[in-house]
Design a binder for this molecule. Structure first.
Ligand SMILES: [Zn+2]
Length: 85
């Protein structure tokens, strides 16, 4: 870690990139890759608990892909009915 801005707990600073980790699936033994100690097996569907991760999960409002509340998809402009042809 090169950057350090003190404690990241409850801060609004962007989260650092997750770390790639590997482990064996506890159900079928397949070597699976995960992020920050969280795994999901693509073979048998096993997932470990999120609390086993190396750090807290980002909150929903920290997800840049989350659509902002209050923003709705634009309404379609009024046009001819589909069977007007
Ligand atoms: Zn598995």
């Amino acid at each position: 870690m090169r950057r350090s801005h003190g404690t990241a707990a409850e801060s609004t600073a962007p989260l650092p990139a997750p770390e790639l980790t590997e482990a064996e699936c506890r159900r079928c033994g397949t070597l699976i890759a995960g992020l920050d100690g969280r795994y999901a097996c693509g073979v048998c569907g096993w997932v470990n608990d999120h609390s086993e991760g190396h750090r807290r999960l980002p909150r929903a409002d920290e997800d840049p892909d989350l659509p902002r509340r209050g923003r709705r998809p634009p309404k379609l402009p009024p046009g001819p009915p589909p069977d007007a042809l």
